[in-house]
Design a protein around this ligand. Structure first.
Ligand code: ATP
Ligand code: MG
Length: 437
């Protein structure tokens, strides 16, 4: 457009409601968590997978179930303007991961253990611990039917809480049994809720005959008493289903993991069977579930693959980080090891070459820079060095540079004498700058 530049300031654009910028220094806490998770996954031999953020809408409708909160109310779905395809921003990553596993035949020679991290999208009412773009870390084991995999995944999450220093996270477990057992329970559930029709909200009334299990997942406080008294899945289960959960619990007991059997726990997606579980805290108000998962032995087939059992979980990064903050657990500090003070433009080529050598040796170094591109006074550069949190200042001043030197000043310990070292000897003194050296 050929418009003259407006004399007024441009209108400020802001982020979409419920979608957050993750700014420094907060972003360092995120990266610290991600690094710990990657190391943890390695120890349990889980490999990383990255799937697209946009998937065909049908994947979620079929995978998660048509009568679920996510599919009915929360999906960002749209039609591609260019070719009319029905697409959706992923509200979770299990369906996409299973699609990828099937599409690329990853189970051709046995099972796979996989993990992912990334943004998910749900059109919910934004509040503490509930956003429209939020981040999940998930782990999934596909192609293994045994209860030791359910236990392995639970132990892995438990190990993460321990490593992070989290306290008071409770493990809730339930057994959803198998589809034929669910059918019997379903009939009992419908009969029960029909008797309590008066307390059901409109959503629940509509869902009663479509997907009665969803009523158990309702967050409506007015319905909780009736939900409490509803027929329990466990009472409809046969020996094989019971044995599966018992075997999971035996492994947890042998590893000292406490749990609570919660017969009302059903989770929000239709794809689960047998074991379902959640890690919950009472410290985050009503958004208290930090991690949820379970077995989903029929999803691979649902997405068009050869039948294969599977189990997994996903954790919400915002809730986990918020809980860590509530409990006063600090992440890695964000500060560089050293801050470079350079007093004259002419020193920059040699100074920057030295910084590059230091960085090559693993030292984190920040170079002073000013808004207008001029060299600030020594005093003002030292102020910035202090504020950066760096342990050391590297001083490239006139006296130093005349002899091919720099001075190292310990900013956090005034009694340490300043040292002058030769630039060419960098390999000898570089290690002494590293905070973890
Ligand atoms: P909730 O019952 O709180 O809505 P959910 O059962 O819908 O959770 P899952 O789909 O199982 O959640 O996702 C796993 C985890 O992802 C949750 O336990 C939570 O920590 C996180 N999570 C889910 N939805 C959101 C959201 N809108 N904002 C932030 N975190 C979320
Ligand atoms: Mg939800």
């Amino acid at each position: 457009m050929n418009q003259a530049p407006s004399p007024r300031k441009a209108e400020r654009l802001v982020a979409v409601k419920g979608m957050n910028d993750i700014l420094p220094p907060e972003s360092a806490r995120w990266e610290d968590l991600e690094a710990r998770v990657r190391a943890l996954m390695r120890r349990y031999a889980y490999e990383s997978i990255r799937t697209p953020i946009v998937e065909p809408t049908a994947l979620f409708v079929r995978g998660l179930g048509e009568v679920t909160d996510i599919v009915e109310k929360e999906m960002y779905s749209f039609e591609d303007r260019l070719n009319g395809e029905h697409l959706t921003l992923r509200p979770e990553n299990t369906a996409g991961l299973v699609r990828a596993v099937v599409e690329h035949n990853l189970l051709y020679n046995g099972g796979k253990r996989l993990f992912y991290m990334g943004p998910m999208f749900r059109h919910e009412r934004p509040q503490r611990g509930r956003y429209r773009q939020f981040y999940q870390i998930g782990a999934e084991a596909l192609g293994f039917a045994g209860p030791e995999l359910d236990a392995e995944l639970i132990l892995m999450a438990h190990a993460l809480w321990k490593e992070l220093g989290l306290q008071g996270v409770q493990l809730h477990i339930n057994n959803l049994g198998q589809p034929d057992e669910r059918k019997l329970h379903r009939a009992a559930l419908i009969a029960y809720f029909e008797q309590h029709d008066a307390v059901l909200d409109a959503d629940s009334r509509r869902r009663l005959h479509l997907n009665p299990l969803r009523l158990l997942d309702s967050k409506n406080p007015a319905m909780q008493a009736v939900i409490e008294g509803a027929p329990r899945l466990m009472d409809f289960q046969g020996d094989a289903s019971r044995a599966h959960l018992d075997a999971v619990l035996d492994i947890l007991k042998a590893n000292g993991v406490d749990y609570v059997i919660n017969p009302r726990l059903v989770r929000g997606m239709d794809y689960y069977n047998l074991t379902v579980f959640e890690f919950v805290t009472t410290e985050l108000g009503s958004q208290g579930t930090i991690c949820g998962g379970g077995r989903y032995d029929y999803l691979v087939e649902e997405v068009g693959g050869k039948p294969a059992p599977a189990v997994g979980w996903a954790l919400g990064m915002e809730r986990l980080l918020e809980l860590l903050k509530t409990q006063g657990v600090q992440g890695e500090p964000n500060a560089p090891d050293a801050f470079a003070v350079v007093t004259d433009k002419n020193f920059l080529p040699d100074a920057v070459r030295t910084l590059e050598q230091l960085r090559g040796a693993g030292v984190a170094v920040q170079l002073h820079a000013s808004a207008d591109g001029t060299m600030a006074s020594m005093k003002s550069q030292f102020k910035k060095a202090d504020a950066s949190g760096a342990r050391f200042a590297l001083v490239f001043g006139a006296d130093e540079m005349a002899g091919g030197h720099l001075s190292i000043k310990d900013l956090r310990n005034a009694s340490t004498p300043q040292r002058t070292v030769a630039l060419t000897d960098w390999a000898q003194w570089a290690q002494s700058l590293q905070s973890h050296a």
